[in-house]
Write a protein that binds this ligand. Structure first.
Ligand code: ADP
Ligand code: MG
Length: 452
């Protein structure tokens, strides 16, 4: 997603939550001026806006951005002198007072003890053939934690409901009168906690904090790839909980055996319980999801519009929600339901994605990152398995997605004989037929290669 689209999504969210006057006052003439991996710099027209946005709207903006790209860690604001003179804050209509409180949304009522977001429940989780097994297993675990499936390992591509499901399990258990101690930890957090504990010599205290947990939920566990210390400590934590029949729930974008640089003993622990995937919802389910989301927001949209969204927005549930939200913004601003024609215009950016193109750099970058390699190692002259496979996949994608000629690919990879490239291409093509794990990996990589 490029900066402009990212910012548009933030604006779209903000418009849903604040009054029109507030929105115009604080967000006009703002844009993302810089994105350097973890940090987003937002350019604003004046000091007044800068102060207001950073004091009042920081959290919601960061949250919205992180929902789209969770590598984003912080926001900064700069005053852009070019817009300084032309756009001082608009005066606000008298009858629309500016909200001066920090915005409060359900999303932010994260439970301090469990770290769970109460918005994720089984009740608002739509079940279809794409996720019914994961749902059933999740429900079983919530009814009998520690004994149904342990660990429960849920995997699948981005935006398909993994976080929603594992948090729903947690919320259900936490609401039970049995008062089990539930803890949700995104794995980035787990990693940073362990690193901090090592640095400050407080590992014992960290371990002690995990000991009383009955249900430990770790989200996006693929991020521990290559993190040796985290893996060691997590392995011990896992064992001591597991031995006491405590429930462990994990999510990942891929199967345990597809996580690179994962210690063998940890991988076998991950595989020791139940492993289930979530896939893409079909048309009918997409329609149900849209209706469910509308019901939650207490809004009605005509059937033809819903059918239009369901048949055109197919990537994942998050995109479906985004598409719906952009119509709700229209509804909120204009106080009228868009016609199908208007809806089609509003949904253009979801349906005709500018990211249907990719390039050489993106493919190399994505493949290396996926397999946790430095880019330069993809070009190493070596037969090491952990390099050969990613290299073959990169070659395959360059051919398949960009239609590079075999000799051109050979040149990119240090002047290899082009028959080596043909061999790699055919090998992957053949293996995809037989190996569903490779197919999944390739799908995930492709998804990333084509996203911003
Ligand atoms: P993931 O963790 O797999 O990337 P999320 O759980 O964050 O995906 O889901 C993205 C968005 O889609 C969330 O707002 C979530 O509530 C919603 N969502 C995903 N799956 C479902 C579902 N089956 N029913 C209702 N909402 C869903
Ligand atoms: Mg998630």
């Amino acid at each position: 997603m490029n900066n402009s689209d990212l910012w548009q999504s933030v604006l779209a969210q903000m418009q849903l939550h604040i009054s029109k006057a507030n929105f115009a006052t604080w967000f006009q003439n703002t844009e993302i001026s810089e994105k350097d991996n973890e940090k987003i710099v937002i350019s604003v027209p004046n000091a007044f806006s800068k102060e207001w946005l950073s004091n009042k709207y920081y959290k919601i903006m960061l949250k919205t951005m992180r929902d789209i790209d969770n590598s984003i860690k912080e926001l900064a604001f700069v005053i852009n002198p070019q817009t300084l003179k032309t756009s001082l804050p608009q005066s606000v209509k008298e009858n629309e007072k500016i909200e001066t409180e920090q915005l409060k949304f359900d999303e932010f009522k994260i439970n301090k003890e469990t770290n769970l977001n109460p918005r994720y429940t089984f009740e608002n989780f739509v079940v279809g053939s794409f996720n019914d097994l994961a749902y059933a297993a999740g429900l079983a675990v919530s009814e009998n934690p520690g004994y149904a499936y342990n660990p429960l390992f849920i995997y699948g591509g981005v935006g398909l409901g993994k976080t929603h499901l594992i948090q729903a399990i947690g919320n259900k258990i936490a609401s039970d009168p049995k008062k089990k101690k539930v803890k949700y930890i995104p794995s980035e957090k787990l990693i940073s906690n362990i690193v901090a504990a090592i640095r400050s010599n407080t590992m014992e205290a960290f371990k002690a904090s995990l000991a009383p947990i009955d249900v430990l939920i770790i989200d996006d566990v693929q991020f521990i790839a290559g993190k040796i210390k985290t893996q060691q400590e997590f392995f011990h934590a896992f064992n001591s909980l597991y031995e006491k029949n405590k429930q462990i729930i994990l999510s990942s974008d891929r199967q345990p055996n597809a996580i690179p640089e994962l210690e063998e003993r940890l991988r076998s622990r991950f595989e020791g319980g139940m492993i289930i995937d979530v896939s893409l919802p079909d048309y009918e389910t997409r329609l149900v999801i849209l209706k469910q989301k509308l019901q939650e927001k207490n809004v009605k949209l005509p059937e033809d519009i819903l059918e239009y969204i369901a048949s055109n927005v197919k990537k994942n549930v998050r995109e479906l929600e985004g598409a719906l939200n952009s119509l709700l913004i229209y509804y909120k601003i204009n106080n009228s339901i868009p016609t199908l024609e208007v809806a089609k215009k509003l949904l253009k950016s979801f349906i005709f994605s500018p990211f249907d193109v990719t390039n050489y750099k993106k493919i190399i970058e994505t493949v290396s990152r996926f397999y946790n390699l430095e880019e330069k190692h993809l070009f190493d002259v070596t037969r090491r398995k952990e390099i050969v496979k990613p290299r073959q996949i990169a070659m395959f994608l360059l051919r398949k997605e960009l239609k590079y000629s075999f000799p051109a690919i050979a040149r990119k990879f240090g002047g290899k004989d082009h028959t080596t490239v043909i061999y790699a291409y055919k090998k992957i093509l053949r293996e995809v037929e037989e190996n569903s794990k490779l197919t999944e990996e390739l799908n995930l990589i492709k998804q990333r290669v084509y996203s911003g």
